[in-house]
Write a protein that binds this ligand. Sequence first.
Ligand code: GLC
Length: 599
Amino acid sequence: MTIANTPESGAPASDAVLESTTGDPAVSTEPAATLVGTGGEWWRSAVIYQIYPRSFSDSDGDGIGDLPGITRRLPALGELGIDAIWLSPFMTSPQHDAGYDVADYCDVDPLFGTLGDFDDLLAAAHGLGIKVIVDLVPNHTSWDHRWFREALAAAPGSPERARYLFRDGTGPNGDLPPNNWQSVFGGPAWERTTNPDGTPGQWYLHLFDRSQPDLDWENPWVRAQFEDILRFWLDRGVDGFRVDVAHGMVKAHGLPDYTPPADAGSMGGGVVGLEPEIDANAALDPPSPPYWAQEGVHEIFRAWHSVLSEYEGDRVLCAEAWVEPLTKLALWVRPDEMQQAFNFTYLSAGWDAAELRLVIDRSIAAFATVGAPSTWVLSNHDVVRHASRLALTAENPQGHGIGPDSPGLPDPVVGLRRARAASSLMLALPGSAYVYQGEELGLPEVIDLPDEARQDPTWFRTDHERYGRDGCRVPIPWEPGEPTYGFGPDGSTASWLPQPRDWDGYARASQEGDPESTLSLYKLALALRSSHALGTRELAWLPGYGDDVLAFTNGDVTVIANLGAAPVELPVGDLLLSSEPLTEAALPTDTTVWIRTTL
Ligand code: GLC
């Protein structure tokens, strides 16, 4: 068997075993931006990179990343070969939930800069052929938002209160909350107000922190405000919106009591993960919790779709909707609603070939019924980074996070190896893929943050029972060398969450040019994904491989991922990419290869 390796590809392979060829035109290290700007529905196959602004790059040394910091670092993302960036919220906010508590949707928080800084960022990104998606948080505002302050100052039953979900309490003196709903971050989902005369008043609903009151989306006034907000950003030139909690905006009439299953992840409220025996097609419409996935949300997105259609270019909406089964999630991306929805079923799948194959099949099939591409995602700012998650040996529901006392903590070597194999698999799939900042560096979850450094409201609202999401939000390393690994400007020592002492090797600059680095693996994968147009081709499974192996073709590329213990014989062809150095002509455990087969 001959597997030929192209030296310029950077594929980590051993010369001793693998033959070299040169001049392979299929292997291009040109930026993958070629799919952008060609006009037609760029998002169908795009690789979209999530920037978590407070942890990306800090230009002013206050320890919190900012917009000028992002602009300064954009060329590195151009070199990585992504098509678009999604920016987590940078709007005015008291930061009780790291910016997902917005006090002014049409301004930039001074922590992150100014609207002028945003315009500069947008222009610089567009100059590099990178589209820009911003985060929109419509389910709730901050309690500092003018709308909520006015509502608190107004009387029960007033139009101001009708913007939110204020209700009288239950029990003899209204001392008990209006229903039994629990906050995603732990504790009750209701907070009691105090009247101007000091007496206890009505309660308001907050599915998240008490600083995040839920808006009442049945109210046309609320809908009108958000259409204006969409236009504000569209007029500035953004290419789209990632829509926060897009499955939660409408609540069931009467706000009935509901108790979620004990093993539910914090955002789903229903089945999380995909058990192979669950037949998604048979369960087209399982009952949803009264605060998730209500039919009424779709009317909102149809209206937003119309707003976006008024603008030139392909503007997009991407739903953060923790909805299962996939057949139900597909309703969010019907032709007159959103363009994309995060595929959290894929993210939630274990490192298990049968489960992954099932999810991949169901994803492609479910989204195809509405003419939408599937998306793929492995990490974001709400989940344990996949370089750690894929090696956990105990259950860990989404949102709970991991810390020093968590059961089944990951072996970091196994975790990184699996992450490289998993990313190599994901980036070979047709459709659009999301990459979370730092995963291209192989960053693990930071497990041993000091208790006093933790900031996620989950940590506080569960009395430290759940660690929450801080471990995936630690500022990323750019150059080797403390104090901030280049996150902050020279001389700065500040970082809003402490960075581990052993991150030199993860720093981008340490990995540049090293063919075996995770950064080189991502660059190669993105370049090949673009040159072989993998995002727009079709997947066909290959027969003859064992249960622990995922093997398929996508266009002219054969992808084989070995999740089992036994080595797998490789077919003849040119090795385009391998997630681990290959020392023999067989694929070892937890390794993915891309091969151009020669028949
Ligand atoms: C989304 C965000 C998460 C935030 C929550 C409340 O899930 O991704 O970070 O805490 O919404 O806005």
